[in-house]
Ligand binder design. Sequence first.
Ligand SMILES: [Zn+2]
Length: 152
Amino acid sequence: MSHHLESDERGIILPCPTCGTANRIAYAKVSQQGRCGTCKADLPLVAAPVEMTSPAAFAALISQSPLPVVIDFWAAWCGPCQMMAPEFAKAAAQAAGEALFIKVNTDEQQQIASQFRIQGIPAFALMCNGKVTAQTSGFQPAARLLAWMRQS
Ligand SMILES: [Zn+2]
């Protein structure tokens, strides 16, 4: 459950479960089921947290995703963040096709984190159509995070 997906400015890298080929899912198409470019098997929906590794990738994702985006702000030294990781992954799996779950390391991606008023981590932001619609913080079980997302 701790598996994360990689991303770049053009989309999310999704390995094909049938042949292992790394397929890129464009951010604009994350709500749809893709097909493997190599073996043509149906790809699963994005069901794991996506690691954000550049401001450009983050900007592309939030401006192009047709799905709401839930952001987990975390850092390696943060104990509650480590406890939160499997809960965040569980929420991502349960809300596949409903929302995208992304992770922002606040030490490595300070330029992204500085766009949000984060006072402590773990912290969470919900974005719809490129705008922040809700923020919360502190450890929470997957069910509570999903309830917060759905009522916001
Ligand atoms: Zn394949």
